[in-house]
Design a protein around this ligand. Structure first.
Ligand code: PLP
Length: 387
């Protein structure tokens, strides 16, 4: 209780926290200050890919931490190079810029698109088209990219040069591309904060075609969907896309701050010395942890993610009190019939299961390796809470 009072006194009031202080955990189990245990179906919002205090991740991080924790980007270090190589080999992308968060990964993507367009077509071609109901971060530029007005209201003026298309509406994307001097398109294949809304594969392929026809960079925000979460390495792979830029963060680090902007062939040489940078970007400890995560996002793990995702959807789709189940793999949105999502989350918490909300939905983002029995018993709690 004391921690919660001190938090109210000293921490800026930006978060609506649950009245729970977490102190420890192991795998998909977390423990609060009173010793109450929970099954974690949120993974710190898609971050702890292999759960809490995962052995291999902890070992990799600790080894690096006690060897060389930071150097600045004036020198070469191995973990960031290894990680970049792994990401490029998994995706066919050519270059990686490391930052510390999803918002920074998107900032980098936006800079790449603007510089690419400025050099090829002139700097007036600066507009980044994103989708309504999207979420791309909290910096003033990524807020401008975010297609939800309520985030914008009291922070004007935001960075200019953004427009928002209707999701899953190719005609609207075409209309904006025909009327605006565009540099790039940035979108989530599944809108996470927007309520786990899935973009149709046909739509995504249509957007890719329009972008290619106009030489406008296609940038996919994989901050929440990436690194195995949806049952493929990146969510764009379900639709067979070949984006020009991919931004990612969250689960990449497994619990330490990291963001990455992956740049494909077309724009691989756009960023030159001095164009971008970050003191902590590519930090060896964060990268060593990420190497241990990415090395274990194997085809077998992805198959497991798909199977567990199917189990969740099968269990919930006809359960009493459920109107709709959306998402892919272990990224799940549940629209309750009559109850509010936050009431369902509260009931789950009381019964020892941590879930999230996203708009009017309950959102599940469990660890990619959550044990089957733990998932099944948490689902029994969730089914009861939804009914
Ligand atoms: N993009 C997406 C799709 C996200 O879900 C988020 C965070 O929820 C962000 C960007 C911003 O990431 P960060 O909070 O690490 O800056």
């Amino acid at each position: 209780m004391k921690i919660q009072q001190l938090d109210k006194t000293y921490i800026a009031g930006t978060y609506g926290r649950f009245p729970v202080t977490l102190v420890s955990g192991k795998g998909s189990r977390v423990v609060d200050e009173n010793g109450k245990e929970y099954t974690d179906l949120g993974s710190g919002i898609a971050v702890t890919s292999f759960g809490i205090a995962d052995g291999a991740w902890t070992e990799a991080v600790t080894r690096q931490l006690t060897t060389l924790q930071h150097t600045s980007n004036l020198y070469y270090t191995e973990p960031c190079v290894r990680l970049a190589q792994m990401l490029c080999e998994r995706t066919g992308m050519k270059k990686v810029f490391f930052g510390n968060s999803g918002a920074e990964a998107n900032e980098c993507a936006i800079k790449v698109a603007r510089k690419y367009a400025a050099e090829k077509k002139g700097s007036e071609n600066c507009v980044i088209i994103t989708l309504k109901n999207s979420f791309h971060g909290r910096t003033l530029t990524t807020l401008a990219a975010t297609g939800q007005d309520h985030y914008h209201e009291l922070f004007q003026p935001l960075t200019p040069g953004f427009a928002h298309a209707e999701p899953n509406d190719l005609k609207d994307m075409e209309r904006l591309l025909d009327t605006l001097p565009a540099a790039g398109i940035l979108l989530e294949c599944i809108q996470g904060e927007g309520g786990v809304k899935v973009m149709e594969d046909e739509y995504l392929r249509g957007v890719e075609r329009l972008a290619k026809e106009r030489d406008v960079l296609l940038m996919i925000d994989e901050v929440q969907t990436g690194n195995g979460r949806t049952g493929d390495f990146y969510a764009y792979m379900h639709a067979g896309l070949h984006p020009d830029v991919v931004s990612t963060a969250k689960g990449l680090g497994g619990g330490l701050p990291i963001g990455a902007c992956l740049i494909g062939e077309k724009a691989q040489n756009v960023l030159g010395p001095g164009d971008h940078g970050s003191t902590f970007g590519g930090n060896p400890v964060a990268c060593a942890g990420a190497v241990s995560i990415i090395g274990r996002v194997t085809d077998d793990l992805l198959e497991e993610v798909r199977q567990k995702g199917d189990l969740i959807r099968e269990t919930l789709k006809d359960a009493p009190g459920v109107r709709e189940v959306t998402g892919r793999g272990l990224m799940v949105g549940i629209l309750p019939e009559t109850k509010s999502a936050s009431d369902v989350v509260k009931a789950c918490m009381e019964a020892g299961v941590l879930c999230l909300t996203a708009k009017d939905r309950v959102r599940l983002l469990p660890a990619l390796n959550i044990p089957q029995e733990e998932l099944e018993s948490a689902l029994r709690v969730l089914v009861k809470a939804l009914a």
